[in-house]
Each structure stands twice: as C-alpha cells, then as structure tokens.
Design a protein around this ligand. Sequence first.
Ligand code: C2E
Ligand code: CA
Ligand code: CA
Length: 653
Amino acid sequence: MRQARRAVAITLAGTALWTLALLAERLWSAEALARAAERLGTVHEVAGRLHVAEQQLQQAAQTASLTGDRVWIDRYDRLVDQVGQTVEHAALLAPLAVAERYRSKTASAAAEIARMRASALDALKSGALGSARALFDGERYGRHSRMLAEANEELTRASLAATRAELARLEQRSWLMSGGAVLMALLAGAVLWRRLSRGLDHTRGTLREAEVHIQRMASSDLLTGLDNRAGLHDTMHARLARAGAAGETMAVLMVDLDRFKSVNDRHGHMVGDMVLKEVARRLRLCLAPDDLRARYGGDEFVVVVPGRPGSIGPGATAERIVERMAEPIQFGDLSVSIGASVGIAHFPADAHTADELLRKADSALYRAKQGGRNLVHHYDARRDELLAERHKLEQEMREGIANGQFVPFYQPIVGLERRNVSSMEMLCRWRHPERGLLTPDKFIAVAEASGLIAPLTFALLRAACRDIERFPPNWRLSINVAPQQIEDPELVEQLLAIVREAGVPPSQLDIELTETALVNDTARARAVILALKRAGMTVTLDDFGTGYSSLSYLAEMTFDRIKIDRSFVNTIDKPESAKIVDAIIGLSRSLGVDTVAEGVETERQATTLRRMGCRNAQGYLFGRPMPAKDLSDRVALAKNTMAPLARQSANSR
Ligand code: C2E
Ligand code: CA
Ligand code: CA
C-alpha cells in the first residue's frame, strides 16, 4: 500500500510539473509567434518602403539631372540616405546568413554606387547637369543599381521567407507541444495505472502472506508446535468430509495427562512447559506422520487416526500412547513422572461431526479417568444416554424442589404389643408434573450424588413441621438423613433451625441413619450422633443387617433404636433369617437399644417378631406411606381412643 501511495504521489507531482512546463511553453510560444508575426509585418513594410524609395530615388535623380532644380537635388540627397537606411533595416530583419550573403554580394556595387551618387550629387550641386545625367544614364550606374535593386529584393524576399518559415515552425511546435501534452497525459495515466495496480498487487501479495502467517499462528500451539484447538477443528472437518465420502472410518483420541498439575505445582511452569513439549514429541513418535495431533487444552491433547485397514487399530494406538507417557521424563537430574488416560470416539459409529466426536471422546476420557490412571476407554453410547437422562433429572429436581413438587408422605411405626402409633416416618414423594407420583428409587440416588439431597431434606422437613401440628403430641417424626449429609458440619444446626422456627420441639424428631453414613468417617459420625442427641433428638440405625453390620458400631455409637431390614422380615419364616433377627434383637436388648422391624406385611410376621421380643414394627400391615391429608382418620383414632391399630391398615398410597 505504501508503494502504491508513493506511485500516486510521484505521478501527481510529475503531472503538476509537466502542466507548469506546458503552460510556460505555451506562453513563450504565443509570445514568439506574436513577435514573428510582427516581424513579418515589418519585413513586408520595409520591403515596400525600399521598393518605393528606390523608385523615388530614380525619379529624383532623373528630374534633378534634367532640371537642376534645387528641391529635386535635395530630395535626391535625402532619398540616397533613406534608401541606405532602409537597406540596413532590411538587412537587420533578415536572417544572419542572408544578411551576410547580401553584404558580401553587394559590398563593391554598393560602394561604387555610393561613390557615383556622391559625385553625381556634387555635379548637380555645381550645376554640371550634363555630367550628372551622363553618370546616371551610364552603363555602369545602371548595372550596379539594377544589381543592387535585385539584391535588395532578394534580401527582403529572404527575410520574408525566413520569417514565414519561423512562424510555421513555431506553429508546428505549438501543435507538437499540444499533441505531446495529450500523449504525456495519456502516458502519465498509463504509468499511474500500472504503478497503482502493481502497488495494489504487491500490497495484496503482502496481505495474503500476512494472512497465511497469521492463520498459521492462529491454528498452531506456540509451545508444542502441534495444532491448537482452532487448527484441529479446521483440519478435522476436512478429514471427516473426505473419510465420509470415501466410506472410511476414523477415531478421535482425547488424551489427558495424569499428575500434570502436580508437576506444575511442584517444579514450576518452566518444567511444566518442558513436559508438554516432551509429551508432544512422544505423541509424534506414537503416530504416523499424517495423523492429526493437537493440543486441545492445558494438558489435554487430541489425536485423529484413520481406521484404515492395515494400520493398527485406534485402541492399540491409544495403549501405545499410554505406555509412552508412563515412562519417566528426565531433565538432567530431575525425573518427572506423569501418565495419560485416553478416551476414544469412532467415526462414523459414534458421531458424524467433529464437535460430537470430540464431545464423545471427552465423555469416554472422563470414564477412563474415573476408572483410575493410565486407562483407555471407548465411548459408550448407553452410558452417555444415562448421563444425559441423569442430567435432565437433576435439572428437573432442582426446579421441583423450588416449586414444592417434593412432598412428605408418612408411614406409621407402631408398638407391636398395643399396635399404637409411636412415630411417623417421613418418606419422600415427587409429584412430577408429567410422570405423576414418583417414589424415591427414581430420584434419591441422583439427589445424593448431585448435592441436592440436603435442600431436599430441609424442604421436606419444613413441610412436615407444618403437618406435625395435626399430629397427637405423642407421635414422633422419623426422618431419613443421607450418608453425605453427615459430612456437612452445619447439619445439626440447620435441622434445629427448621424445627425451632416451626415451633416443633427437637425431642419430637427421630433421625434415621444408615450404616454407610458411619463407615467413611467414624469419628465424625460419632460426633454428629452425639450432637443430635444433645439437641434432644433420637437416632435410629436404619437398614441394619444389609451393610457392614459391624457390631462395633453398635457398641461405639449410642443409637436409640435399630431398624431390622425388610429383607430379613420378608424371609423370617426361613430359619437363617429367623436366626439373624433373633441375634439382632438379643444384641439390642443387651445394649439397651430399642428395635423396629421394617416391611411387616403379614400378621404372621408381626406375631413372630413380637414373640422374638421385637418392640416395634413398620409395614403395609399397619399402613402404607400416605400424604398428610389421609392421616386424619389415624389422628382422630389416636386422639380419641389411642386404641390398637392392627386392623386399620390404610390402603392409600
Ligand atoms: P427406608 O428408609 O428403608 O424406608 C422404608 C421403605 O420401605 C419405604 O420405601 C417404604 O415405603 C418401604 N416399605 C415400608 N413398609 C413396607 C412393606 O411392608 N413392604 C414393602 N415392600 N416396602 C415397605 P420408599 O418410600 O420407597 O423409600 C425408599 C428409600 O428411599 C427409603 O428406605 C430411604 O432410604 C429413601 N428415602 C425416602 N425418603 C427419603 C428422604 O426424605 N431422605 C432420604 N435421605 N432418603 C429417603
Ligand atoms: Ca428409613
Ligand atoms: Ca430401612
């Protein structure tokens, strides 16, 4: 662009100069033409004057020599001078060469004539008219004066011709100059055009070069020299299109380094950078030169390999990469160990577009990482579907909690002796706007895994606190607390805050914990149980017998109650189950802990349990989990009679 600008400037300056020169020339030549025309006029005039003066001179000479009249003699005298001066004038007007030729040619004749005229004049003046006439009529005077007259005529003719020629030349030059100017203008235009277009071409070329350079920079990773994310996408699109057209398969390998962050943290970013460079080098060694490889993120790399027959499979390539990356990297004395996990997605089996393939390779990588280190995983569509479903469910749950779609149902826990309600277990139900009433098996696991279990529990407890107002005061509320919630240091405080706000005494609350809640951090679990009890609540060990069933928990932690799992109650007519239930009841009695049997459905089961010494029971036999509004009969019954409830098993659910 700078070149083009310079070309324009030069051409403009040249044109300006040229125009100035042309103007000056035009002025000058107009003046020269005017002068030449004027001289032409003068030459004409001088020629005429000379001619007339010569004739007058002849006449005056004749008349003076015939009459001797003084007037004519003086006139002759004056005319001689006048002719001389006019000849001089004509010679001055004539071109130099012509004037010189004239002078040399007429010199002797002119001198002779001048002499003869002088003596004739003398004769005339002295009255010797005869000798003057003889002189004038003499052959010599006649010859010389004719010759002079001819020479004079030639002189004036030559002057005229020269002046005319000069005029013509000037005119011609003027035409030439005009033509030249037009030509020059055309030429300047052409030059300007060429320069400009050449400048533009050059600029375009430079631009293109810069573009290519920028593109190269924009599509490659400066540290490792591999493609970067943008470069990868571009090349992948092209390769997928080609493979698709040729009916070939391809595989996208997402490679993630293990322990890279700790290398960075421990040895600094410079070592981190060197590790990345070494990783790039090792990747190249594992791949064919044509295989696509890119740095996708901080310590994430992507490799695209063809699934063409003859080449080793993508799985084997991935294994090779994992093996290579596991070898320690040596920098002088420093040895750094990293590793790599790889997720693989296949084209076209798993996906058709670059974005989808990358996403699926990433999903497979996630699974590889979850499985441990140095693993290779292929994408699994079913798992992806489950994940998507889970994600959707999570989203719906979030909204459902906020919109009050989760409601507490209540199931009675009764004393086996008198069959009176001692407590209501709060069990969660989801009134899903599309799927209807959902039981916890559809969502509790997701709630626990996604951190939604705490807000869910608190929302339910708030709702239950409103329902408790209708409970007889001797009914307690059992609530389930998930293992994850034990780790929340705020748990006890938050539970207390909710019941206090509702005006429910904490002593009306029974907290059910499963064994899983105890195993991770026994000390923490013990502290929580203590805190709950100190706040006035009771604590029940739920689902006993299904988990670790470590008797040490029972000894270590001071539970108020143990719930015998449904699975033993179901099968209590079998001797093995009966033995286990018997042992649990015996153990509880010796520890001074109350027992509840769960899932009691038949009268037979209830009788067996009562005989074994189990104090409480819960199950369809005594009532299914039900919404608060369906409790009214129970409430009335309890308030009026506190009568046994054996035959009152509710059927609502
Ligand atoms: P769980 O704590 O063992 O609750 C007892 C489960 O047994 C309930 O299932 C109840 O409906 C069912 N059940 C009671 N009697 C019988 C019976 O006679 N026969 C049969 N077949 N089943 C009976 P539900 O309501 O589906 O709850 C399942 C599990 O979900 C609960 O087991 C509990 O672990 C969990 N859960 C329910 N609500 C909550 C909650 O609010 N928070 C937490 N963390 N977990 C909850
Ligand atoms: Ca429970
Ligand atoms: Ca249970």
